[in-house]
Design a binder for this molecule. Structure first.
Ligand code: MOS
Length: 723
């Protein structure tokens, strides 16, 4: 029996796993940031005297010159950072909390105290931080960023078809801005060793950190190493080069000492990316039986002034059902914030809240059961590309979920079900999907005389379990024990380290390792399949056997490997030459609404996922539970409140930004269809991490409606909205 436990569980629970800023090199100095106290404008007369007088302070820097520090470029524009704006280069303040000085001291306490003593004069300018604020500028995305994959989606004449439909739904939904609050705060330890810059930082994209720093500092990337063996939660916020890193490298070089910086929690709310606020107008046209004839999904999404963060909400909603006509449109609203970015199911979670709420409204408008209506609108063809889905087991997710949940026992009338304690009971369902993307990967496999196999590959371990998935693939393929396998990821010394995000990690790394195993078997003179006595085969070879392979996604050419090696994005999908690939999910949620306080609890959830073959059952189930928990939090708790007058986010602490805690989490029953998608790749795996969250918020909102009879068109749904 193969051991399916998380391979790094022991290291993690015993505290041996070393995260980026756990490193303490000799002579380590500590940095802290002083940040802007206006929401927009100019800064002048930054006064560092009091800061410099703090005992132990080594250096206070308020400005780098353009010679020593160049811009990082925006990751979605061919650059390396979550935003193009590099603080500490000029006097422009684009958002509250933007750094105005970097302090380095002997201790973190001295650095923090000194940073707080930095003062400045400002010329403030009016801010616009909300979608509707005066001064916010709205752009049509396909005009502002003319790239084919960001264009409006147009299948048939959806507007006319909706207007002509016997049943019509026309609703507007709002989704608050939200911030990821991972356990591991953004931060780094940097050190120079014989002219090589070594960066220890939790990141999902060691290659972008490496090549971005090379660009910013004018260095050869060969002289930069990025080590990120563990990430304490990525979720998209750690998907690129962070703006603190190049300044940190510069002060480290100036001082001739390693330097560590860990942002405070509040600073991550302004110096890390976040899920932007969105507004969705959904129009559905259907026949009297609930067959959807056409759909229109229009989205306004917040971005910053300095970058256009591309919106991709309709990529999923346009594929959820068989649409003969669909129109999707995105607009970007420029506001005075740091550039927003990716946060688990970055578009899909909010998009599906809107769309699957509207579909539920359609079920009520037509008197159809919400599960039956979804099944009646199933399809095996992507309406947008006209290609077949490589696999789509959404109907099975819905049927199996309904069975496990006991959906047949639901009285459809809102407010009709009560628990013994008098609470209103609501049962809601929603479906979801997530694009199947893939990136090129290089895998390097070594078989040793001791029978151990080392795998070095593109990938980052951020808790999702990529190391476990890789180890299990190798163990099952060669018939060796998991403990005889070492997986090395997140380190620019071992493989290129393309961004791990968008749920493409498994479908990227595993096919590369699979190809590497085929090659390794040849070099070990072993058959194509079946157990291998690795030690004996290496003994016969007389030396350790090493192989290296590179794989690309369907339809990609070999040049994408070079693109990845240069630290750039090189992803393909979800539409491929012969098919389109998505992962699918159905969530069934029970809520209980306490009648006097209107407190909403979620005692049980059933989630059934089609992620292709399940690569690692333990970590996969954990991924789904995590996505469901976050989805509930997104529906009922999380909202980043922007200050309309002064800019910035007001509730920038864990006290004031409530996330789900243990007491909020009850039964989450996870099941997988577990059917391999061999059209997508030879291992049969699709993405899982993000699809697990898609649709959860809609299922919660639909359940609240079933419990109370009240529809909520804005998230989060708070107690006072239900009272
Ligand atoms: Mo994910 S939001 O693409 O890290």
């Amino acid at each position: 029996m193969t051991d399916t436990r998380r391979v790094d569980a022991h290291e993690k629970v015993t505290g041996k796993a070393a995260y980026g800023t756990d490193r303490v090199p000799d002579g380590l100095a500590h940095a802290a940031l002083a940040t802007a106290r206006v929401g927009r404008g100019r800064v002048s007369d930054v006064d560092t005297h009091a800061a410099e007088a703090v005992p132990g302070v080594l250096l206070v820097v308020t400005r780098f010159d353009a010679e020593e520090l160049r811009g990082p470029g925006f990751i979605m524009g061919g650059g390396f950072s979550f935003q193009s704006l590099q603080p500490l280069l000029d006097d422009r303040i684009a958002y509250r909390g933007q750094p105005i000085a970097l302090v380095v001291a002997e201790t973190p306490v001295a650095a923090t105290e000194a940073a707080e003593l930095v003062t400045a004069a400002y010329e403030p300018e009016p801010v616009a931080v909300h979608l509707d604020a005066a001064g916010a500028t709205t752009l049509v995305q396909e005009e502002a960023i003319p790239l084919p994959f960001l264009a409006d989606i147009k299948v048939g004449d959806a507007d006319a078809a909706v207007d002509a439909s016997p049943v019509r739904i026309d609703r507007t939904y709002e989704h608050a801005a939200q911030h990821a609050v991972p356990m591991e705060l953004n931060g780094a330890v940097v050190e120079w060793r014989d002219g090589t810059l070594v960066v220890h930082e939790g990141t999902q994209n060691a290659a972008a950190v490496r090549h971005g720093l090379a660009q910013q500092l004018g260095l050869d990337a060969e002289h930069i190493e990025v080590r990120s063996p563990y990430v304490g939660g990525g979720f998209g916020q750690k998907n690129s080069l962070q703006p603190h890193l190049a300044p940190l490298a510069l002060v480290s070089r100036r001082l001739g000492r390693p330097v560590k910086l860990v942002l405070t929690r509040a600073q991550t709310f302004h110096n890390g990316s976040f899920r932007p606020a969105t507004r969705h107008r959904v129009r559905l046209g259907a026949d009297a039986a609930g067959k959807i004839l056409a759909a229109v999904h229009e989205v306004d999404q917040q971005t910053s002034r300095h970058d256009l963060f591309p919106a991709m909400h309709t990529e999923v909603t346009s594929r959820l059902y068989g649409f003969e006509a669909f129109r999707g449109r995105h607009r970007l609203v420029q506001t005075d914030v740091q550039t927003p970015g990716y946060m688990r199911a970055p578009f899909e979670s909010s998009a599906m809240f809107a769309f699957e709420s509207a579909v539920d409204e359609l079920a009520y408008a037509t008197g159809q059961d919400p599960v039956a209506l979804r099944l009646a609108n199933d399809t095996m063809t992507d309406s947008v590309s006209g290609r077949p889905f490589s696999t789509r087991f959404l109907a099975e997710c819905l049927r199996r979920g309904a069975e496990r949940f006991g959906w047949a026992g639901r009285d459809p009338a809102p407010g009709s079900m009560r628990a013994d304690d008098g609470s209103l009971v609501g049962w809601g369902v929603a479906a979801g999907n997530y694009p199947g993307n893939v990136a090129p990967a290089v895998a390097h496999l070594t078989a040793g005389a001791d029978g151990r196999v080392t795998v070095a590959v593109d990938g980052h371990e951020m808790g999702q379990g990529i190391r476990s998935a890789i180890a299990l693939l190798v163990a099952n393929d060669l018939g060796i024990a998991v403990r005889d396998i070492e997986v090395r990821v997140g380190d620019t010394r071992v493989a290129p380290q393309h961004l791990t995000a968008g749920s493409w990690g498994t479908a990227t790394a595993l096919p590369a390792v699979h190809a590497g195993l085929r090659e390794l078997r040849k070099h070990l003179n072993a058959a194509d399949t079946g157990a291998v006595d690795v030690a004996a085969a290496v003994g016969r070879a007389g030396h350790p056997v090493e192989v290296e392979v590179a794989t690309v996604g369907a339809g990609q050419g070999p040049e994408v490997v070079e693109q990845s090696k240069a630290g750039h994005l090189a992803i393909a999908g979800p539409v491929y030459p012969e098919f389109a690939t998505f992962s699918w999910v159905a969530h069934f949620v029970e809520v209980r609404v306490e009648p006097t306080t209107c407190r909403i609890r979620v005692p049980r959830v059933v989630s059934v996922v089609d992620c292709g073959r399940v690569a690692s059952p333990v970590t996969a189930a954990s991924q789904v539970r995590g996505g469901v928990i976050w989805g509930i939090g997104g529906a009922l708790r999380e909202e980043s409140l922007a200050d309309p007058g002064r800019g910035g986010f007001l509730n920038a602490t864990l006290e004031e930004y409530p996330v789900m805690v243990n007491a909020d989490v009850h039964r989450i029953d996870v099941d997988f269809v577990d059917r391999p998608d061999f059209r997508f790749n030879p291992v049969g795996v699709k993405g899982l991490g993000e699809v697990s969250m898609v649709g959860v918020a809609a299922a919660v909102a639909n359940a609240v409606h079933h419990a109370t009879g009240r529809r909520h068109h804005r998230l989060p749904i708070r107690l006072e909205d239900v009272l």
